[in-house]
Design a protein around this ligand. Structure first.
Ligand code: SAM
Length: 538
């Protein structure tokens, strides 16, 4: 059999023009020095980025067109990269696949603002290189993350045999972190999931929603096949042969009467009666009924750990069932209660009427991820405390939870900090999980968040941010070894960290700059730089 390398060389040297997706993936992997899969190539064909010269069963693409496609993105990135001359390209971690960046428990629940595990690993592990010239943390040390978020530091510390304590002001974030890091009895979770899945399936069948959705899906699929044939339609838009908006609006007008006929036939209630709370406004009535049903069942679970894991699964499910369009998932605009033309998929899509599909997907995914982590975890101690890092007494809290570990901690103290603080006016960390707070009635402490989005980026907000982060560092100092090392990841565009360090009685000894390739859509990336400030006692 021809070797992989040989096939790539053949493609390059013999100037073969039309290649299969498999050959294209190999060629592109070699050309870009990064892993490109057959499904990446299939995506480009499907969405009309590349013309298909073969038949649908046997697609073929033009290698020169593929090269032009990738070159256009590379040029854009290189132009931007010349702005960042002092950047450490090594820290982009762009060679890691999406699945490695979200490995095992790192993707148990969405969380806006988390850092990638490889970055944490780089600073916590025992390697050195031309940029990282010292080893800062070693096995059995204890690391602190006062802005723990979804627990990336805790999980990576565990992988490396390092103990860790995290703190987060948001109860739900602490819950995500602790579920990731805890040792679970997975078989118990599995049994409970099976029971709940049967219950929700019965509930759904009795409510006519599944019959309604089946018929709607059939009609939609016939309609889309006829009026929005997959790659042909996308190519026609790219070549400006049809006016996408006008055409889509006209077709949608044709489909909506059919939709409302089915809604009447099955007596489906679309909107809820109120829209005061997030959970009243952002879900179809049918979805809300299922949420209420499942929430009650989950709250009845006796085993606390099983209950917590299932709360996370239900939250993740609920989040994926918000009544919105596929393109507005990240930034909600207005709730959507009827089918709409979806630019992302180039066809008519519909909002979600039942939680069942996502529930099943996420239950399977969670069990798989917990099992993966179970295989590699070390026997070290990690926990996330819920509290305000400006004032929390870490030793006292740990004493109540694990007196043995508290003894070790009080004697040894934290070796240092690895953390990514919130930035000024960027994200509301409670609000991003409003549905979970409302569903389970967790207490919110929004007023203690440092730098929330709702306070903006004005002068007052910046001053309060500087004071807030400096107060956290001063409070944490009480629990650190004398010769501590602190690493803070921040995209400090307002240059606030020199002032923060000064107020905290610290100095910035080094600033590592890493490029961040931000995915704005599936195949477009923008570039900015983020700093990792290394601080020590003044
Ligand atoms: C950038 S995120 C951290 C993300 C984390 N590195 C991860 O990978 O998931 C910052 C976190 O700081 C938390 N936070 C904000 N103010 C806080 C405070 N006063 N005390 C403790 N945590 C706070 C927010 O709730 C948020 O989860």
């Amino acid at each position: 059999m021809e070797s992989y390398k040989q096939q790539v060389l053949d493609i390059i040297e013999q100037n073969i023009k039309l290649i299969t997706p498999k050959e294209a993936a190999r060629w592109a992997t070699e050309y870009l020095k990064k892993n490109i899969t057959v499904s990446n190539i299939a995506y480009l064909i499907q969405y009309g980025r590349l013309k298909n010269y073969g038949s649908n069963g046997n697609p073929l693409i033009d290698k020169d067109e593929l090269k032009d496609y990738y070159d256009s993105f590379r040029n854009e990135l290189y132009q931007k990269s010349s702005i960042f001359k002092d950047i450490n390209w090594h820290l982009s971690f762009s060679e890691y696949k999406e699945s490695e960046r979200t490995k095992h428990v790192h993707r148990l629940h969405p969380y806006k603002g988390k850092f990638i595990p490889q970055l944490v690993e780089y600073f916590l592990d025992s390697h050195t290189d031309e940029f990282k010239k010292e080893v800062y943390f070693k096995k059995d040390d204890i690391v602190l993350d006062p802005f723990c978020g979804s627990g990336t530091t805790l999980v990576q510390a565990n992988e490396l045999g390092i103990h860790a304590v995290g703190i987060d002001v948001s109860y739900f974030n602490s819950l995500i972190s602790n579920i990731k890091i805890k040792k679970h009895e997975i078989s118990k979770i599995y049994n409970e999931i099976k029971r709940l899945t049967d219950e929700i399936e019965d509930f759904n069948k009795n409510s006519k929603v599944s019959s309604f959705e089946n018929e709607l899906n059939e009609e939609l699929s016939k309609f889309n096949n006829k009026y929005f044939p997959f790659s042909d339609f996308k190519i026609a838009i790219r070549n400006k042969e049809i006016d996408e908006n006008k055409y889509a609006n006209e077709r949608l007008k044709d489909f909506l009467p059919l939709y409302y006929k089915l809604v009447n036939k099955y007596s489906i209630k679309l909107k809820q009666d109120r829209e005061d709370a997030f959970i009243d406004k952002w879900f179809l009535s049918t979805v809300r009924d299922e949420i209420e049903f499942m929430k009650e069942k989950v709250l009845e679970i006796n085993d606390k750990d099983v209950k917590n894991v299932i709360m996370i699964i239900l939250s993740r499910t609920v989040r994926s069932c918000r009544a919105t369009t596929h393109s507005d998932l990240a930034t909600l605009k207005e709730p959507v209660f009827e089918p709409y033309y979806c630019k992302k998929h180039g066809k008519i899509c519909k909002p979600i009427f039942s939680i069942i599909n996502w529930w099943k997907t996420y239950t399977v995914d969670t069990i798989k991820r917990l099992r993966e982590f179970e295989k590699i975890r070390t026997d070290t101690f990690q926990i996330c405390l819920t509290g305000d890092s400006k004032a929390i007494d870490i030793f006292e809290q740990i004493k109540n939870i694990n007196p043995d570990f508290a003894n070790i901690l009080i004697n040894k103290k934290f070796r240092g900090i690895f953390s990514s603080p919130p930035y000024v006016g960027l994200i509301d960390y409670h609000e991003q999980h409003a549905y979970a707070y409302e569903m389970f009635g967790f207490e919110r402490r929004d007023e203690l968040e440092i730098g929330p989005l709702y306070k903006g980026q004005g002068e007052e907000a910046k001053m309060s941010y500087i004071k807030g982060i400096a107060d956290v560092l001063k409070n944490c100092k009480r629990f650190l070894q004398k010769n501590y090392d602190i690493f803070l990841v921040a995209n400090d565009k307002f240059n606030l960290y020199p002032k923060i360090a000064e107020l905290a009685g610290m100095r910035i000894v080094e600033e590592f700059k890493r490029p961040v390739l931000n995915r704005v859509e599936k195949n477009r990336e923008t570039l900015y730089s983020e700093s990792i400030f290394h601080l020590k006692e003044k």
